[in-house]
Design a protein around this ligand. Structure first.
Ligand code: SF4
Length: 431
């Protein structure tokens, strides 16, 4: 391995909590992965990553437990099936997410996301940003996910038949959650790339290293930021989309019953499970799988009777959706199981919460993050848990938890702080 350690980040590689191991993030546009690619990831998970592929809330896949010697072979095997992870970590435009696959207008959104992903992945102009830069496209405002991106896009009404988007800017979670604000209304799809490039140039020029776009906007103010973006002549450029034979990869579901979802508790999917889903996708679902923002896998059945046969095959592969853990939405980041920043074992705590709640857990969506970076997006869940600090006690350094509940604000808010694990479990019982 000859790459400098800091440059590994640009290749989607982070050191793991366990010092001799690394994580490789696989960057997927709109969470879309072909069955051939998924099979390769499954094989790599079995061979190098202790048999697990971790699905993230941004529609990526992470392979943990790689040794330094594994990195080059894993990267080249991924590249052999067209999976390039440039910019999956570090100061670059991260994988562009599309939270709305399967919704009305999804093929257009998916094509837009893949275009943006192609444009920014490996583009050296945008690989030295102060910090990560996140872009997301949603079909509507219902999930609130457009508010947590550096740039979040929502389809806007159009009088002339040309596709337009409202652009929200400078949102983010973490220690200081701030909902994005409406930067520009009804931007032509053909002008989105010039607008995003203008925002990125301003961000790089004016923001200290290690700070997100929300920091710049707080410093100079929304109006000044908007003025600087929209008065830049570059945003007037149009880059018309040329029709393409592969505009949409995802089979359009003709009925709700054609949309199949494999629930993956906390995003921990076994290599064997991923391989089985890849086989089902190849046979019944147009060869395409989608990783969702809830860390699940969605397949769209294509063809007469395909949905029923795919459903049976999923049940045989262990995705029958019978256990509570298979039906509840419970997002979890790796926490201190693997992440260097983690303060608590997120998956174990999620399992304890589910045990406390039983079937009642299904009445809410849940998320747990192992530190205040909030990668599991707890502020967008019905009930969110964040390990916020460690406290030194006679038994060692133990985590304390903050509990969030959704209300009328854009983000769920803290309702109890500094809870021990036992206090947290009592608190969730009372929900
Ligand atoms: S929230 Fe913290 S512990 Fe969890 S993955 Fe993000 S940085 Fe790691």
């Amino acid at each position: 391995m000859t790459i400098e350690k800091q440059n590994l980040r640009l290749e989607g590689i982070y050191p793991q909590r366990q010092k001799e191991f690394f994580m490789q993030r696989v960057k997927l546009p709109a969470g879309i992965i072909s069955c051939e690619q998924a099979l390769m990831v499954a094989q790599l998970a079995e061979r190098f990553a202790r048999g697990v592929a971790h699905l993230t809330t941004r529609g990526s896949i992470e392979l943990h437990w790689l040794t330094e010697g594994d990195l080059a072979v894993v990267a080249s095997q991924l590249a052999a099936v067209g999976l390039y992870n440039r910019g999956a970590c570090g100061g670059a435009v991260r994988g562009v997410v599309c939270g709305s696959l399967g919704a009305a207008g999804a093929p257009a959104l998916e094509a837009l996301v893949r275009k943006m992903h192609r444009h920014f992945t490996g583009n050296p102009r945008f690989e030295k940003l102060p910090k990560k830069f996140k872009i997301g496209v949603e079909a509507d405002a219902s999930s609130g996910r457009h508010l947590i991106q550096d740039l979040g896009l929502l389809p806007a009404p159009s009088q002339d038949g040309r596709r337009r988007y409202d652009v929200f800017a400078a949102g983010g979670l973490g220690r200081e959650p701030i909902p994005g604000f409406l930067l520009a209304e009804g931007v032509l799809e053909d002008s989105l790339l010039p607008l995003i490039e203008t925002v990125l140039r301003l961000y790089e020029a004016l923001t200290p290293a290690g700070k997100r776009l929300k920091h710049l906007v707080r410093e100079i103010g929304r109006e000044e930021f908007r003025r600087r973006v929209l008065e830049d002549q570059a945003v007037l450029e149009e880059l018309p989309t040329v029709p393409s034979l592969t505009a949409s990869l995802v089979p359009a579901p003709s009925a709700e019953a054609d949309r199949l979802e494999a629930h993956v508790f906390g995003g921990e999917l076994s290599g064997a499970g991923l391989a089985a889903l890849a086989g089902i996708a190849r046979e019944f679902c147009g060869g395409i799988l989608m990783v969702t923002g809830d860390q699940n896998v969605v397949l769209h059945a294509a063809g007469e009777g395909a949905a029923e046969r795919a459903r049976q095959a999923m049940a045989q592969a262990g995705f029958a959706g019978k256990a509570v853990g298979e039906r509840v939405i419970f997002r979890a980041c790796p926490g201190n199981h693997e992440c260097i920043m983690g303060l608590a074992p997120t998956r174990d705590i999620a399992a304890s919460v589910l045990k406390e709640m039983g079937e009642a857990a299904r009445e809410l969506s849940w998320a747990i993050s192992g530190c205040s970076n909030c990668c599991a997006q707890p502020q967008l869940a019905g009930a969110g848990i964040v390990a916020s600090r460690l406290v030194t006690e006679v038994t060692g350094r133990n985590p304390r938890f903050d509990l969030y509940r959704a209300g009328s604000a854009p983000f769920a808010e803290v309702v109890q702080q500094g809870l021990t694990l036992q206090e947290l479990l009592s608190a969730v019982r009372e929900i």
